[in-house]
Design a protein around this ligand. Structure first.
Ligand code: C2E
Ligand code: CA
Ligand code: CA
Ligand code: CA
Length: 277
């Protein structure tokens, strides 16, 4: 069936839109990108608001394309999800994240955590092999709780057996789960409880600019805390937001006011500076 699909694409190729052709070129180039070591991972520091310490980081993938330069996730993740390449890329990002968190724990902070982003297709039938991820953690002698998998609301709402099973397996193994982009979807409280989430990531622009303002922000944070979920505010760009979030009881902050995404070497330097002070 796959072969047939390919032939059909070729048949229609001369009539295709420019954008469709560009996506197909990108999809073809992506096949060898992993083998040719063209992906990079940047880490965005996550700050504990009460202390100012960098206690976690989020792994964010980039593609160093030989002709087009450094590509952001929005330029290639949708294609990777469509072709299934995201599974291999996601496995590679996971391994990089494991290496980085191991290094930060050995050099700086034994409780340091690194999060990786999950795409829904990674959790379907032919997606991630959770047992392989756990084997890798074992080989590297890293506690599963050092890794956080960021999931979306649509993943929590998905009833596909494989998705439910894989998320459950990650949780049972001790890998932390974080709900990304909270507030942009359905925000069902029942689903927050179902997967025993460890973290919830909220977009402060959504909360702060909402009519209810800080009151809504405080309510969401209080509810999360009641459920044993700690809150990370994303996209914190200025000190006003930082102060408001701390006052609202938010646990962690991530955003340009603290740091843009940086390399693992730069993260190491950032944590070294703190060690010395
Ligand atoms: P996200 O998970 O919501 O990641 C946060 C995005 O916000 C990142 O963009 C980050 O660079 C950006 N950001 C950080 N601080 C600020 C700020 O203060 N203000 C604003 N306006 N933006 C900020 P990035 O790196 O381009 O990633 C975009 C999206 O791509 C991510 O959104 C995530 O959904 C996806 N993504 C990144 N890496 C991976 C990956 O390895 N696998 C999968 N499946 N998705 C990934
Ligand atoms: Ca994320
Ligand atoms: Ca997010
Ligand atoms: Ca996102």
């Amino acid at each position: 069936a796959k072969q047939q699909g390919r032939n059909r694409f070729n048949y229609f190729a001369p009539f295709m839109q420019e954008a469709t052709r560009a996506r197909m070129t990108l999809a073809n180039e992506m096949r060898d990108a992993l083998m040719h070591n063209q992906f990079r991972v940047l880490y965005q520091p996550v700050i504990e608001l009460s202390t100012g310490n960098v206690v976690k980081a989020e792994a964010l993938v980039r593609w160093q394309h030989p002709a087009r330069g450094l590509l952001c996730p929005s330029e290639f993740i949708p294609v990777a999800e469509h072709t299934g390449a995201i599974v291999g890329i996601g496995d590679w990002v996971f391994r990089q994240a494991v290496q980085t968190v191991k290094r930060m724990q050995l050099l700086h902070d034994k409780n340091f955590q690194v999060s990786v982003n999950g795409s829904i297709c990674q959790f379907r039938e032919r997606g991630v092999n959770v047992a392989e991820w756990l084997d890798y953690l074992g080989e590297q002698r890293l506690a599963p709780k050092s890794i956080i998998v960021e999931v979306t609301e649509s993943m929590l709402l998905d009833t596909d057996h494989a998705v439910v099973h894989k998320l459950q397996a990650l949780h049972e193994a001790g890998i932390a789960l974080s709900l990304d982009d909270f507030g942009t979807g359905y925000c069902s409280v029942a689903f927050l409880k179902r997967y025993a989430l460890n973290f919830l990531k909220i977009d402060p622009s959504f909360l702060m600019e909402n009519e209810a303002g800080p009151a809504l922000c405080e309510a969401v944070i209080a509810l999360a805390h009641k459920l044993g979920i700690r809150v990370i505010a994303e996209g914190v760009e200025n000190q006003r937001q930082q102060v408001q979030l701390l006052a609202a009881g938010c646990d962690f902050g991530q955003g340009y006011v603290f740091s843009a995404p940086i390399t693992s070497d730069e993260l190491d330097e950032m944590l070294s500076a703190v060690d010395k002070s």
